[in-house]
Ligand binder design. Structure first.
Ligand code: NAD
Ligand code: ZN
Length: 359
């Protein structure tokens, strides 16, 4: 078992991330030290069908179970309200523990519910998608969506523990695997050149259903790197922004297609290609390094568009981004593979970059 300690500036809130094959069958013993008065297990229908019986058996006792529909639509105020109705209706006290079993959607929804119910219940995250195992379960961000935009209502709420069982990735659909792998590639590009090199030889295998069976250490690396970045910058004022490499372009692509065409990581994969070009132009990334990065990213499959994107919709999407101000937006650029910084960039340059990738 690998254990990573995530230390936050307020030391009492340090929490462990445990990564081990078969951990799903040992949830109970892992959370026993937290001595919860009651467990509220929140998951989605797809994950429930695959893993709820094992989670239930391993948690023991009589957990309250809340199963929401699978998909981004569950990150809504209406769904949050339903979850809160069940949590509050069960008369939980503040020693209860919310267990989020699923991908980033369940993590964000259950995490936000835990943040606000009784002004804060403890949270254990059991991520079951690659994206959640390498990215969304680390860092303490929770959120639901609003008609004005994604993740606009939320809170920072650090989990008490994160329990990662890499064997749950076997059942993941190929596109979800690709989406998560984009964040893995991103992690290497911004902070760990050796990970980039490793991915160059292994990425095709990692796209296979059992790809992570012998590569658990990649999950460990990604969690470590994100934990280290977050630790230096819990509230995203400086260093943490590098985690957004490829995301300024990616978010624009997602928003301009109503979040329906690409999975998040697929849009990030496309966005990273544009960000590499920008890096050559603005940060002195050597063109041969950019080409290497691009070749790696292109091995992640992304569905092509069937019609051209509307530049005005793209521009509107970038301008609406939380990080945009005065015709500019901060975008992350690489100085070399493994070294990132951020930089104010004209919104029009972002639009141009996004269009250059998808036409
Ligand atoms: N909080 C953060 O820091 C953070 C970071 C990145 C992304 N996010 C959020 O995460 C969400 C995306 O997360 P996601 O990509 O995990 O999507 P998701 O949670 O919707 O999961 C994708 C699909 O895979 C299914 N699934 C989950 N685990 C499975 C398994 N082991 N086998 C088979 N199917 C499984 C789910 O039911 C769902 O249909 C977005 O809402 C995004 O905003 C949050
Ligand atoms: Zn992302």
């Amino acid at each position: 078992v690998t254990e990573i300690e995530v230390r936050l500036p307020a030391a009492e809130r340090a929490y462990p991330i445990r990564i081990e094959a078969g951990l799903l069958d040992r949830l109970g013993e892992s959370i026993a030290p937290l001595a919860p008065s009651r467990i509220a297990l929140i998951t989605d229908r797809t994950v429930a069908a695959l893993y709820l019986p094992r989670a239930r058996a391993s948690l023991g006792g009589d957990p309250l179970e809340i199963v929401v529909p699978a998909g981004e639509e569950s990150k809504s105020a209406a769904q949050l309200h339903e979850v809160l109705d069940i949590l509050l209706g069960a008369n939980l006290d503040r020693d209860a523990l919310v267990v989020a079993l699923g991908g980033g959607v369940v993590g964000d929804l259950a995490g936000f519910a835990a943040a606000v119910a009784l002004r804060g219940l403890r949270l254990a995250i059991v991520p079951t998608t690659l994206l959640a195992q390498v990215d969304s379960s680390v860092g303490g961000k929770t959120a639901i969506n609003h008609p004005h935009g994604k993740n606009l209502i939320g809170a920072f709420h650090q989990p008490s523990i994160v329990l990662i069982d890499p064997t749950t990735l076997r059942t993941l659909p190929p596109r979800e695997r690709a989406s998560g792998l984009a964040e893995v590639v991103k992690t290497g590009l911004i902070r760990r050149r050796s990970l980039v090199e490793r991915l160059e030889s292994e990425i095709d295998r990692l796209l296979e259903p059992d790809g992570f069976a012998g590569a658990t250490d990649i999950l460990v690396d990604c969690c470590r790197i994100k934990a280290e970045v977050v630790r230096h910058d819990e509230r995203e004022s400086g260093l943490r922004r590098i985690l957004n490499f490829g995301h300024t372009f990616g978010h624009a692509l997602e928003a301009a297609t109503d979040y329906r065409h690409w999975r998040h990581g697929e849009a990030v994969a496309l966005g990273m290609r544009a960000a590499l070009d920008l890096s050559v132009e603005r940060a002195g990334l050597p063109p041969d390094e950019a080409a290497r990065g691009r070749a790696l990213i292109e091995r992640i499959p992304t569905p092509p568009l069937d019609r051209p994107l509307d530049p005005d919709r793209l521009r509107a999407a970038v301008a609406r981004d939380k990080k945009a101000a005065g015709g500019r937006i901060r975008a992350v650029v690489l100085e070399s593979l493994g070294k990132a910084r951020d930089e104010p960039v004209e919104i029009d340059r972002i639009v141009e970059g996004a269009l250059s990738i998808v036409g």
